[in-house]
Design a protein around this ligand. Structure first.
Ligand code: ADP
Ligand code: MG
Length: 688
């Protein structure tokens, strides 16, 4: 059966369907009703109101007469129930409709109402004869209401037409099942054909809801199957690359590291070690709140690669962070006599050429940089481990780009944004996760407060005192792409204002538009304690580590998302001092704005904040960019349907474990659906 076989399908309508993404009969069947109406719910006339959508009214026909002349002729019918009366008007086909009404007998009208003077009126309602006001049995079937769009309306594709098409398809189209029998049984799902019937023609809302679960599951399941299969392929490719700690690793932990590791760090390192020695490729995510100390864990892992004669790479999302990692590595690695290089996009050609030669020749043990590290031109001598810091800034695709580099290196990714479990199960589902719980000893919880512009003087007085006693501070301004010019001006003016207010302090301005060298120099002066106040846009949001900085003022705090505020705040509270974060909204706060800032005051816990943020914003916005690599699910919602997500994940991963190529007869139908699904999304998954 083809779309073209449907009744009343003009060329225009076919085009409208195609423009709406409906190319096959099956696509049309997946156009699920937005809602269902239930004609059996009857409203008394006195309770009607305009704009409340279509309703059923049952009344006795009081009068019917034809009013107006010629073209304006219309049928007007008045019906009455115990509470009042209502007028029904028919402009077209009145000769037919007049036969539908008999004075003094009961009738049910269904449609939206409008008020004209005293009368409520319905234009062209649906008419059904009934025996009595209680005679609603015949309305038991729910009527599906389909989503519409401008293409549909232009081509006159009404609800009735879609409903009819769907009926034709449901009775004529062959709808095969593809979920394995065991899964259908396990979750008590209807077979696909029945589930589609239940979506379009449910006997009850409960039945429709139940059917929808199956389709949500399907979506999650195919996605998880993809992730499982990607991971399985990676693991296969990497067999035999064992990495063991050796002299560099042990010298680092025993002689160089100035502090003892936290339990969380130890756990993460031990997970990494197990992975590296398992004979399979490591695919691990280290998740730890801001300041948990992920960098040393990464360094430990990289040293294991070097101990085994391989190179390691560390990728950061911003130049500032790459530069900082470079400094840290310098501090720790230089004493070991190892070589390391910084590779970013902004470097001069000659320098870049020199670095690339070094990497390819194997001279350089560790490469630190931005995503420039994984561009085509960069060739590694023998890359054993790739680390991606702040992975939430990259997607599944970037992860796979890295892995295509050289010779299937082990992969370690780190994220400070505590991704709620349900999100982790989607975007990180190809990774094993270690969570670093807790912060290094001696950290004091940051104190957070909200202050208005009226209190600015007090805030500045406090800032002055703290700086005089040796603290350093960040003053942060928002900068978003849409209003970049304005935002930049705002930050610059804020900077000038602070300079006038504190002429004796050393104050610097930092933003993303500056040249790399300039940014580096400014960060270095701040890290060295030469700059006391750093006025900055959100370029410092991720990763920056200056333990002496203990004050942060966030201007226009209402414009930041919760997770972003938490990330920013994570720049302070990194030393032993009491730190303070002052949020300064500059407009009257909206309701969600108030909830956000209150949450910041109430907790320092990244996971709690992330969960709240996800609820407030939904998964798409939560991760910010399209780059986040979050898949789009059409029916399912990763927050609301997390139980289904978890189930589908387990099922999919077990299947791939048992039969990675889906060769067993029981997966024959699944394979037929899965292969094109995966192929279509190869760009998203960064494969092929
Ligand atoms: P994040 O997890 O946010 O990336 P960092 O790796 O930047 O955190 O570490 C934050 C700060 O804590 C750094 O200054 C680091 O030197 C310090 N640090 C890390 N681990 C420990 C530890 N076990 N004890 C004391 N300080 C630590
Ligand atoms: Mg970090």
């Amino acid at each position: 059966m083809r779309l073209l076989d449907l009744p009343n399908l003009s060329n225009k309508r076919l085009q409208a369907l195609q423009k709406s993404g409906i190319h096959t009969p099956h696509d049309l069947l997946l156009l699920f009703p937005r809602r269902y109406i239930d004609k059996s719910v009857v409203k008394p006339i006195s309770m009607l109101n305009e704009g409340a959508g279509a309703v059923t009214v049952i009344g006795k026909v009081v009068s019917k007469n034809v009013a107006g002349f010629k073209q304006k002729k219309r049928l007007e019918v008045i019906i009455q129930d115990k509470t009042g009366s209502l007028k029904a008007v028919f402009f077209k086909g009145w000769k037919y409709f007049i036969t539908q009404f008999t004075e003094n007998s009961w009738v049910a009208l269904y449609g939206p109402v409008k008020k004209y003077g005293h009368y409520y009126s319905m234009a062209h309602p649906e008419v059904d004869a009934v025996e009595s006001p209680e005679d609603v049995e015949k309305f038991e079937n729910l009527v599906p209401i389909y989503p519409s769009n401008k293409h549909f309306s232009k081509a006159y594709i009404s609800n009735a037409i879609i409903k009819n098409w769907v009926e034709v398809l449901l009775s004529g189209l062959d709808i095969p099942e593809f979920l394995p029998e065991t899964i259908l049984k396990r979750h008590n799902f209807q077979i696909r054909k029945d589930a589609l019937n239940s979506m379009h023609q449910p006997a009850s809302l409960k039945e429709a809801k139940r059917a929808l679960e199956r389709f949500k599951y399907e979506e999650f399941f195919l996605f998880e199957l993809s992730m499982a299969s990607i991971k399985n392929q990676r693991t296969e490719r990497n067999r035999g690359k064992l990495l063991k700690p050796g002299k560099y690793t042990s010298a680092f932990f025993k002689e160089i590291l100035p502090f003892t590791l936290t339990d969380g760090q130890k756990h993460a390192l031990s997970d990494i070690r197990t992975d590296l020695q398992s004979g399979n490729q490591m695919n691990r995510l280290i998740q730890g709140d801001v300041g948990a100390g992920k960098t040393v864990v990464a360094i430990g892992a990289m040293l294991m690669a070097i101990d085994n004669g391989m190179q390691a790479a560390l990728m950061a999302p911003t130049e500032i962070l790459a530069e900082q990692h470079y400094q840290t590595i310098q501090q720790y690695i230089e004493p070991l006599g190892l070589n390391f290089r910084l590779l970013t996009g902004g470097q001069k050609t000659a320098l870049r050429r020199d670095i690339l030669t070094d990497i390819e020749g194997g001279n350089c043990n560790i490469v630190v940089g931005t995503h420039a590290i994984f561009q085509d031109k960069v060739r590694f001598h023998k890359l054993g481990l790739a680390v991606i810091d702040e992975q939430h800034r990259f997607g599944v695709k970037q992860r796979n780009d890295v892995l295509m580099k050289g010779d299937n290196p082990h992969l370690l990714v780190m994220s400070a944004t505590p991704i709620p479990r349900s999100l982790a199960m989607t975007i990180y589902s190809d990774l094993d996760i270690s969570v670093i719980k807790g912060l290094p000893a001696g950290r004091k919880p940051i104190k957070t407060a909200v202050r208005t512009d009226k209190e600015r003087q007090k805030v500045y007085d406090f800032l002055e005192q703290s700086i005089k006693s040796g603290d350093q501070a960040y003053v942060v301004f928002p900068l978003i792409e849409e209003s970049e010019a304005m935002d930049l001006k705002d930050a610059t003016m804020g900077f000038e204002k602070l300079k006038r207010r504190f002429p004796d302090f050393s104050i610097a301005l930092l933003h993303g538009r500056m040249k790399s060298e300039e940014k580096e120099a400014i960060m270095k002066r701040f890290a060295d304690g030469d700059t006391q106040i750093l006025v900055s846009t959100t370029v410092i949001e991720v990763g920056v580590d200056v333990p002496n900085a203990s004050i942060m003022i966030i201007e226009h705090a209402e414009r930041f998302g919760l997770s972003q505020l938490h990330q920013l705040r994570g720049r302070i509270g990194r030393g032993g001092k009491q730190s303070f974060c002052i949020l300064m909204p500059d407009v009257k706060l909206s309701k969600t704005g108030r909830i956000r800032l209150k949450k910041m005051i109430d907790t320092n816990d990244g996971f709690e904040i992330a969960e709240a943020d996800l609820k407030l914003r939904g998964p798409g916005d939560f991760l910010g960019t399209k780059q986040s690599g979050l898949p789009e699910f059409r029916f399912a919602d990763i927050v609301e349907d997390r139980l289904l997500l978890e189930q589908s994940k387990n099922d999919a991963w077990n299947i791939i474990k048992k039969d990675p190529e889906l060769e067993l007869p029981e997966y024959k139908d699944l394979k037929k659906v899965f292969e094109p699904y995966f192929k279509e999304r190869s760009e998203f998954f960064g494969v092929g």
